[in-house]
Design a protein around this ligand. Structure first.
Ligand code: H2U
Length: 346
């Protein structure tokens, strides 16, 4: 047998061989190049300056009692506070007309954008907050999903958080956003399609089956409690990408039991605390909740989950950029999902 044929017969070594991995939720492939972690340059390990933030910043528009850009006064709220984004990317009163001319297509998009303050305390981030305080954030996510989702023209409610200046976040006050819109955005369309296909063929949720396999294999698990598991998905593209999956199959945040709500708050705290320990800084990320669209249809295939995409790679100051090959071909990563999970577990 030639050397080449012998190589082809050998099993894949995830920790050394360049390989592709399949994302079961989107149906897309990504590239893993673990051998590159052995290259001599491992990046800087400097700590950025420690930023001590006051509990109340008179210049912060999200702090209780302060004034927003449009002159509205933020009330003296005690736990959470939500308001319509003054510069929303989507607005409710706009044309829904569609446009088609030759090959060119466009369509009006209606929506509502909101900003959610997680806490009146300017100095905190989610991992610093108590489980009880995080539960109040979940309460608000639930009521917003319900209220916005019940509007006839809203087909999808995207709840997310951009944390840290590295992620383009404009204000360190603990906050997240909601963009609700009149069509289903494309990441959700992809995930709906993949989950539906699996549900129809197996009468089981795709993520339920995936979670069962990950709980057996263990190497990508980060932390878990009675109702939720946090893991680095097999197909993760961001260095410390993670996903929170409920053990029970339910479609949306409105279906959490009281015990599940507490467990969800606890795992949010646990995972985000682990992130902060990776490089000993407040870890930047974008996180988002993926759940059933609010288009009035039943979505038995949907399995609620939350994804975290943190950009930091080698240190507090070395960030991964999705550029070059990743813009023109596929996402790619060097450290494997298994290495990242081991670091987050540790
Ligand atoms: P980020 O910091 O996550 O980008 O979000 C803050 C949002 O707050 C941003 O979308 C809004 C911005 O439009 N905002 C207001 O609604 N009112 C203000 O007075 C300032 C910022």
């Amino acid at each position: 047998m030639t050397d080449n044929r012998q190589l082809q017969k050998m099993a894949l070594d995830f920790s050394n061989d360049p390989h592709k991995r399949y994302n079961i939720l989107t149906g897309e492939w990504m590239l893993v190049s673990p051998h590159r972690t052995k290259r001599p340059w491992q990046g800087k390990v400097e700590k950025p300056p420690v930023t001590d933030r006051p509990k109340h910043d008179p210049k912060c528009y999200l702090c209780p009692g302060n004034v927003r850009a449009n002159g509205t006064q933020t009330p003296v709220y005690e736990a959470t506070y939500v308001f319509n984004n003054d510069f929303g990317a989507l607005i409710p009163n706009t044309s829904k007309a569609s446009y088609k001319k030759g090959l060119l297509k466009a369509a009006g998009e209606k929506g509502i954008c909101r900003v959610i303050c997680f806490s009146p305390d300017h100095s905190l981030t989610l991992p610093d907050m108590s489980i009880e305080a995080i539960e109040k954030v979940i309460d608000l996510w639930q009521s917003e999903y319900k209220e916005l989702g019940s509007k006839k023209f809203i087909k999808h409610v995207q709840i997310f958080e951009n944390k840290g200046a590295t992620m383009g976040c404009s204000n360190p006050h603990p906050h997240g956003q909601i963009w609700a819109q009149s069509s289903i955005p494309q990441e959700v369309v992809k995930k709906s399609k993949q989950q539906k296909k699996y549900w129809r063929a197996n009468n089981q949720s795709l993520l339920q089956a995936y979670l069962t396999q990950e709980l057996e294999e263990k190497e990508r698990l980060v932390c878990e409690n009675e109702h939720f598991v946090a893991l680095v998905p097999f197909w993760a593209v961001w260095p410390y990408e993670a996903m929170i999956i409920p053990r029970r199959h339910f479609q949306h945040i409105g279906q959490l039991t009281a015990a599940e709500k507490t467990a969800y708050a606890a795992i949010l705290k646990d995972l985000t605390q682990r992130f902060d320990k990776v490089f000993d800084i407040s870890f930047p990320y974008s996180s988002g909740i993926h759940q059933a669209p609010t288009d009035g249809k039943a979505h038995p295939e949907w399995h609620f989950h939350m994804a975290f995409y943190p950009p930091l790679l080698r240190s507090a100051t070395v960030k991964k950029f999705m550029v070059g090959y990743e813009m023109f071909a596929n996402p790619q990563r060097d450290i494997t999902a298994e290495m990242a999970a081991a670091k987050l577990r540790g």
